[in-house]
Structures are given as C-alpha cells and as structure tokens.
Ligand binder design. Sequence first.
Ligand SMILES: *Cc1c(COP(=O)(O)O)cnc(C)c1O
Length: 391
Amino acid sequence: MSNTTANIMEAIMPTYNRFPIRLSKGKGTSVWDENGEHYLDFTSGIATCNLGHVNEYVKQKVESQLSELWHCSNLYEIPTQEQLAEKLVEHTFGDQVFFCNSGAEANEAAIKLARSYAQTVKQSDAHEIVTFTSSFHGRTMATLSATGQEKIQNGFAPLVPGFRHLPYNDFAALEDVVSDKTCAVLLELVQGEGGVIPADKEWVKALEEICKDQNILFMIDEVQTGIGRTGSLFAYEVYGLKPDVISVAKGLGNGIPIGAIIATKEAAKGFRPGAHGSTFGGNPIATTAGLATLTFIEERSIFEQVQKKSEYLLTQLKQVQESGTAIKAVRGLGLLIGVELNGNAIDTVVALQEKQILTLIAGPNVLRILPPLTVTTEEIDQFIEGLKSVI
Ligand SMILES: *Cc1c(COP(=O)(O)O)cnc(C)c1O
C-alpha cells in the first residue's frame, strides 16, 4: 500500500468495509477505476443511479442549474422544488411533499409526521410506530431504532423509544399491530438490506386494512423500491395499496443526494410551520436533478422495459439455479433481485469483482442485484456468464 493510500485510509473513520476498488468514471451500466479497468455495475451505487451513471439528460439539466443558483435555503420560495413537488404529486397518491437529503432523513420526517399527526391533529397521546423484523430504515438514532436488525442497533443504546417490531409476512402477528399507543405502521414492500424479501400481497393488504380501520397511518419506506426499481414509479402501485405517507430517496436524484416524504393532505396536517425543516432540503441543484430524473422516466417507456428485463434476468437466474446446487432461491421485484446462495454471499461478490462485475449482498447469504433500469440484454448476459463462472 502506498503512503498516500495509507494516509487517506487513516483520515477516514472506519465505518465501512470497503473493497479496494477506486472508481473514477461512469457511463450507463459501466464504471472505470483509476487504472482504466472496466466494471459492469450491477449495484447502481446502491439503487441510486437508476437511469445509469452520468445520465446525459440529468447531467445537462444539473449543469445549467449550476450556472444559475446552487443554494438559497428554505427561507425563500424555490421554483424547482415546487415543480418537483408538483410532479411527485401528479404521479402518486400524495398531495404534499417535504424535501430532505437522504433516506434516513426521509424516514425521520415520516416518524415525526406520524407522531405529530397523532398528537396535534388527533389530540391523542398515541406515539408508537410498528415496524418489522429484518427491516432497514436508516442509521440515525430514530431510524436505527425503527430498524428491525440488532446488528444495526448494537452499541447505540439507549434507543429511541416508541418502536415495536413485529415479524414480517406473519399473518398471526397482524393481531398485535394495534395497541392504544399505535399511531403508524412503517414497512418496506421489498426488504432490501434485510435479504430482498418481498411482502406477501395478502398479508400487506390485510395490514393496510387494519391501518385504515383503526385510523393509523400506513407508511411505506420506498427509499430502495422507488423511482422505477420495481417496475412502477413506486412499489405501492405494484401492490395496489393506498399509503398515507411514503419516504423516498436513493434514485430520486439519480445520484445527486435528495430525499422526500410524500403524504396525503390529511396526514400532512401533522406538520405546521416550524414543525420540521432542513437547510439543504430541496435545494435548487438537488430538485433539478429530481425533476430531470422524473422527466426522463416520463418521456420513455422505462417501466415496461424494467418488467421485461426483470423477467429476462429472473429466467436466466432460475436456469443457473437449476443447473447446479449453488443457488437456493431467486426472488425479487422488478430490478431489485436477491439470489439466495448456499454459501457466503460476500465470497461471490468478491469473485464477481475479479470478473469485473459489481454486485452487493443483502445479509450473509443473499447476493443482491440492482442494475440500472437502463441495463441492456447484452449486459445481463455478461452478468449471467460471470455468475456462472464463479459459482
Ligand atoms: C438505503 C435505505 C435507507 C437509508 O437511506 P440513506 O440515504 O442511506 O440514509 C432507508 N430505508 C431503506 C429501505 C433503504 O434501502
């Protein structure tokens, strides 16, 4: 290791187990490292660059905004923020949007909105939010407390109180959803970090019905499933649900940091002036990226492509599964796909890196595949060939 590298490594807190790959360029599904070595990126920067790296349309819009105004804070009206909010409202169940900068912040906003809706609108002391085991909602104190994984919580006690974790996809547990303290339910429709586990359709419908019956906010964490990843703009459409609140981030700016919650007019009553805020939230650069991302999606038949590519990729993966013993199960929705292995997923990730293919894990034995929605059939074939050669 050169001195320079060692110094850089020492200057960064050791919160990540990083692979020794130094990426410096990207285009579509391709990325290149500092030595010009090419990789096929089937992580999309963890489901952020859904329209491919350095998407030309988003780049042009952000570039022209860079010449105009970068930041002015929410002291003033921000036209690009208004336009993005209008577009999100036009394309969703929602009526109002709050902007922030990340997935964790979006879930923080959802948590605050749920409590505030109960306490200031319903005049109730209900504050408890039901979440699920093996969920992932972020790394801030409230969102890691909401997360249903001990490994994320260890060492950070005391946790934020008011979260109750129930088993995911468990019909019997539905009886325990409501207590006199419950104000909301928050869940992912495909648990991403937790193992690529799609929600059972009947189960989630029953959960939604309980929320509606009991006047509890039904909140969906769409941070990973959103922005076309599952073959619709949001996964709640695939499931035919009507949430009160969704949280959005990862793909919204195609790699430019932005987060948001979208809520019904009723749920949004939980926030009044001064109730919540963010200095950077919805800034001109980030909302320009969001607006360009959604416009790009609108102008092309991205969702049909996602469905077709998903079917193609799943069929190929199932063939690989049947041809050997390495793969235990293949599952997912759209282009959020998990391959449950009989061995350690990290070994496969590393072996694929040697074949110039980047993938992720989702728990100890699940390989997580998140290609850009713009991935080509040829690139899928290259990925499958690479996978066959390493398992
Ligand atoms: C990534 C993720 C988050 C956290 O997003 P950050 O931008 O890393 O804070 C929250 N929920 C889900 C479902 C995620 O996949």
